[in-house]
Design a binder for this molecule. Structure first.
Ligand code: ZN
Length: 504
């Protein structure tokens, strides 16, 4: 079975200074043609019922003069003469995309309106509006470019007065040789023009998780526990039969949190000065941008590290837990904001990791998050959680160590959680009691009780709790004879764990 993954190769271009104006003129014309076709589609709505190929033919018939069709209804020549066919077609596709999106939004709006009116309710939502300004990048279909070598390419552009072939030098990452090259786009970023080329890579698609897990006991999984404390991600590699092979702690959480808190504190102070609360407020806009950029970069760094670790240990499955609801925090503005952003970042890390993993043939899954931190990865009893230097008793959320009073497992709390997360995925396919599909409960306006307050009482007693989370992977028992932080044969990853954060 083959699967596909599309990436975009971004390359900057070297060109003569006057060519920048040509690329700009080319883009203006491209958008004029796209806007023109958008209008044509609005005037002939039935076109949207057609597939892209038929829609293209229909639109050309309406607009393009040929010997057979000398007087089209809405001639494109009103916009410009001698527009190359492939330039026209690229613009038609851009227009079709926008028109389809606009039409589906409009339909949804009409449905909501009908529904409200049927119930006799007022409906005040404004209808979606067609794009007011067109600012799409020009796509160069085959025929509009040629002689693409490693470091140069020739392309046909509208200079503002005529069509001309321009040779540009290309800088940056080479195109892969084993992938299918799509139509490049001319992209403006600031004053610089770039070439973005989509490439489609075919690879052997990873087997379904169920098949991997049930047919090969040596299948390796990388399980990830995402945190909002120092260890943004704790990853463990274990096989289906339960051998633990490696652990890595991806740190930097405290620094990112400190950085964010500082910025949020500044924002709060600015607000109290001006009395205005608005994310887009000019004074604070820069601070918000800074926070967003750093969050984005950290999510990319962490997700890349996770996937790198999985790949280094030949894991073919990546496992996360579902995020659950954002628990509202009490306290200062900066604390609440920081928590919210840390929570969002977890979602981003998951999405980016999933995407990056897919590109190397690793499949991603998520499991039910209930009690992953409270369960012993070895015997599945409830654990005691405490900080180093404190008495090992009770359950202190966020503390760094765990101990199981049933099997005497002890170790790092986040590593334990990561192992439990991995085991849940296996348990899904091994036990008759299948894991329940995860559905977060939304309780608006009320703080959600963290999911184990009652259980932690039982964890204090030395006996095996009655609410033992049995049923998760009985077959794991034989392979997990480790104690302490790491097993003898378990390697700490040689991938550096400390991230160089972008603001440092
Ligand atoms: Zn235990």
């Amino acid at each position: 079975m083959a699967a596909k993954a599309t990436t975009t190769i971004r390359q900057s271009m070297h060109y003569q200074p006057e060519h920048a104006a040509w690329f700009a003129a080319n883009q203006v014309l491209f958008n004029q043609v796209a806007a023109f076709y958008f209008e044509v589609i609005q005037a002939h709505e039935k076109i949207l019922d057609l597939g892209d190929q038929d829609a293209l033919s229909a639109l050309e018939k309406l607009t393009h003069a040929t010997r057979k069709n000398p007087h089209p209804v809405m001639p494109l020549s009103s916009i410009g003469k001698d527009i190359p066919a492939m330039f026209r077609r690229a613009a038609i596709h851009a227009a079709l995309g926008s028109a389809r999106s606009f039409s589906s939004h409009l339909q949804q709006w009409r449905k909501r309106k009908e529904k409200a009116e049927a119930k006799g309710k007022g409906f005040h939502e404004r209808p979606p509006v067609p794009p007011r300004a067109w600012n799409k990048s020009a796509t160069l279909y085959a025929g509009m470019w040629k002689e693409r070598a490693g470091s140069s390419m020739v392309m046909k552009v509208w200079t503002g007065t005529c069509w001309s072939w321009v040779k540009v030098r290309i800088i940056g990452r080479d195109l892969p040789t084993d992938a299918e090259i799509g139509s490049p786009q001319l992209i403006r970023r600031g004053n610089q023009w770039w070439l973005h080329t989509p490439v489609e890579k075919q690879f052997k698609s990873p087997g379904k998780i169920e098949k991997q897990v049930t047919t090969n006991a040596q299948t390796r999984m990388c399980a990830v526990d995402l945190n909002i404390n120092e260890h943004l991600a704790v990853c463990t590699i274990q096989t289906v039969e339960g051998t633990i092979l490696a652990t890595t702690f991806i740190g930097g959480g405290r620094r990112i949190s400190g950085f964010r808190k500082k910025q949020l504190g500044r924002i709060a102070r600015n607000r109290s000065k001006t009395g205005i609360i608005a994310e887009g407020e000019q004074d604070n806009a820069d601070l918000w941008r800074k926070i967003r950029q750093v969050d984005e970069q950290v999510a990319h760094l962490v997700s890349a590290r996770i996937v790198q670790f999985a790949q280094a240990h030949q894991a073919s499955i990546l496992v996360f837990e579902h995020l659950g609801n954002l628990k509202p925090e009490k306290g200062k503005y900066s604390r609440r904001g920081n928590n919210k952003r840390a929570y969002w970042m977890k979602g981003r890390i998951f999405n980016y990791a999933k995407y990056k993993a897919w590109h190397i043939g690793v499949i991603t899954s998520r499991v039910n998050p209930a009690n992953t931190s409270r369960e012993c990865h070895r015997c599945h009893s409830l654990v005691i959680r405490y900080d180093a230097g404190e008495r090992a008793e009770g359950y202190t959320p966020g503390a760094s160590l765990v101990r199981c009073s049933h099997c005497w497992m002890q170790g790092h709390a986040d590593r334990n959680a990561s192992l439990v997360i991995g085991q849940r995925l296996i348990a899904r396919y091994q036990t008759p009691l299948k894991e329940k599909p995860y559905a977060p409960v939304r309780r608006a306006g009320r703080e959600e009780k963290s999911s184990g307050v009652a259980l932690s009482q039982e964890a204090k007693s030395k006996s095996r709790p009655s609410t033992d989370l049995a049923g998760y992977g009985e077959s794991n028992e034989h392979g997990t004879a480790q104690d302490g932080l790491l097993r003898m044969d378990e390697r700490l990853s040689d991938i550096p764990c400390q991230l160089r954060l972008p603001f440092e």
